[in-house]
Ligand binder design. Structure first.
Ligand code: KIV
Ligand code: ZN
Length: 498
């Protein structure tokens, strides 16, 4: 079997999703989960872009042992210097430098020429190589770069010392045949191609990211750049779990990864929970419905022989269909065990607090599912915020105007207000705005039930525009009006106020 290196960029490209930024402690948690999952490289950030990113690369370098830690740079000396400094504690380090190589980038972004970009690519690679042994060069927008010119760049940077060359489909433009042919062209036309690993980095704008990555791998790429749950800007990046399981299901391709697939589900839940980024129910491999057969014909077939309608065992990705549902009678140990399967490790103090909330929810809901537990762990996480909702009372219904009265605790002091509105959520938000008088507007508002049943917990995701920036808020409660107000307050708690 050939080995495919898994380069995880959840903490760099994935984290560019507006409103889903993680703090350093959360990034370390994700990095450790990625190490346990078995990724080969963790792209930990873009150090020159912000002090927060710089610090995350430093701390992840200290916290992680086995995977190489990679830092992104532009093809600029200053960027490379800062990345080298951020990587100083990494046991194995990689610099990921590069430039746009498509004519769109050369002409409009750099106002330059193909020859000049070629020279700059070589110079950046040589400069990075003076500081670290492992240098990856990216040809940004390679998907739309002329193959002949791309081959010249790839050949030149390999000669300059690049150990890995990344061929990104930055705009998610390519079709699988076209992208596969691009990799094959490079394999056949670049002198010295076997002195470096060719990497694929596909975006999902046309829903082709995984198909393109697999086409690239079939044609010779031996590193895939991926994110957990396929998160990333716009339509996202290639999903780690999809590439890994596609290779797993198609063993005839003769390519394997180092991924411990039984950790896929817990890592997916952890990333989704920390980023407050829900996984769509029909998401391949990790979506709630990925293994749920609902039609009678399918159920009948699966009961007779699972292989009739299932191409992989849910257990292989860490989904335990027979997992015990927790109820009000479950103890702390069962809760701790289940949370750890979901990738959440709590010390005893936090466990007690989550357990108290668990019992409270279990009184209101018959069965507690995994998503409920992650929600409870997340609420605990947000507990020591500046502004808290103390109480909310709403009157609403058909033929009456909704009225809400609320109490907020702001840094230990209680504030109260009441307002009417078009509906209960509108009334509650208007009452809150009487206390918090800032110019903020609700841009996006989604409500989801977690599992099923009228006693279910509702999850609310909101995006609030404040001071030209979008802030992301999340709330969860069996009362959707409370969940909505908590989501709004969660976003306000993140406002950067000078
Ligand atoms: O999509 C892309 O081209 C990138 C590069 C910076 C590697 O993310
Ligand atoms: Zn990208």
């Amino acid at each position: 079997m050939d080995k495919l290196y898994i380069f995880d960029t959840t903490l760099r490209d994935g984290e560019q999703v507006p409103g889903c930024q993680l703090n350093t402690i959360e990034k370390i948690q994700v990095a450790k989960a990625l190490e346990t999952l078995g990724v080969d490289v963790i792209e930990a950030g873009f150090p020159i872009s912000s002090p927060g990113d710089f610090n995350s690369v430093v701390e992840i370098s200290k916290a992680v042992t086995w995977p190489a830690i990679c830092a992104l740079t532009r093809g600029i000396q200053k960027d490379i210097d800062v990345a080298v400094e951020a990587l100083q504690h990494a046991k194995r380090k990689r610099i990921h430098t590069g430039l746009g190589t498509s004519d769109y980038h050369i002409k409009y972004k750099f106002n330059s020429t193909r020859e000049e970009i070629l020279e700059r690519a070589v110079a950046a690679t040589k400069y990075a190589k003076k500081h670290v042994e492992d240098v990856e060069f990216y040809c940004e927008d390679a998907g739309r770069t002329d193959n002949e010119y791309l081959a010249r760049v790839v050949e030149a940077v390999i000669k300059a010392g690049a150990t890995v060359v990344n061929i990104p489909d930055t705009t998610g433009y390519c079709l699988p045949d076209e992208f596969g042919a691009k990799i094959r062209y490079l394999m056949e036309h670049v002198d010295g191609i076997h002195n470096a690993i060719i990497s694929v980095h596909c975006h999902n704008d046309l829903g082709m990211a995984t198909a393109n990555a697999i086409a690239g791998i079939i044609n010779g790429a031996r590193q895939a750049e991926v994110t957990v749950n396929g998160i990333g800007e716009r339509a996202g990046n290639t999903a780690l779990e999809e590439v890994v399981m596609a290779l797993n299901c198609h063993k005839h391709l003769g390519i394997e990864t180092n991924i411990n697939t039984s950790k896929i589900y817990s890592t997916s839940r952890m990333v989704s929970g920390l980023m407050n980024m829900p996984v769509q129910p029909n998401k391949a491999i990790v979506g709630r419905n990925a293994f749920a057969h609902s039609s009678g014909i399918h159920q009948d077939g699966v009961l007779k022989n699972i292989q009739t309608y299932e191409i992989m065992d849910p257990k292989a990705v860490g989904i335990d269909e027979n997992s015990i549902l927790l109820t009000a009678r479950s103890g702390r140990a069962a809760l701790k065990h289940r949370l750890s399967i979901l990738g959440v490790e709590l010390d005893n103090g936090k466990l007690d607090a989550v357990y108290a909330k668990f019992l409270d929810l279990a009184d209101r809901k018959k069965e507690i599912h995994d998503d409920d537990l992650l929600m409870l762990a997340g609420v605990e996480h947000r507990e020591n915020r500046h502004i808290k909702l103390e109480y909310l009372q709403v009157t609403s219904g058909k033929g009456v105007r909704a009225v809400a009265s609320i109490g907020l605790n702001i840094a230990g002091e209680r504030f109260e207000a009441a307002a009417s509105g078009n509906g209960p959520v509108d009334a509650a938000i208007k009452a809150m705005k009487q206390i918090i008088k800032r110019q903020m507007t609700l841009q996006e508002f989604t409500i989801q039930a977690i599992n099923r049943g009228s006693d279910d917990v509702g999850k609310v995701h909101m995006q609030i525009l404040y001071d030209h920036k979008l802030y992301y808020g999340f709330g969860a409660n069996t009362d959707i009006v409370v969940a909505s107000l908590e989501a709004y307050i969660d976003a306000i708690n993140k406002f950067k106020i000078d």
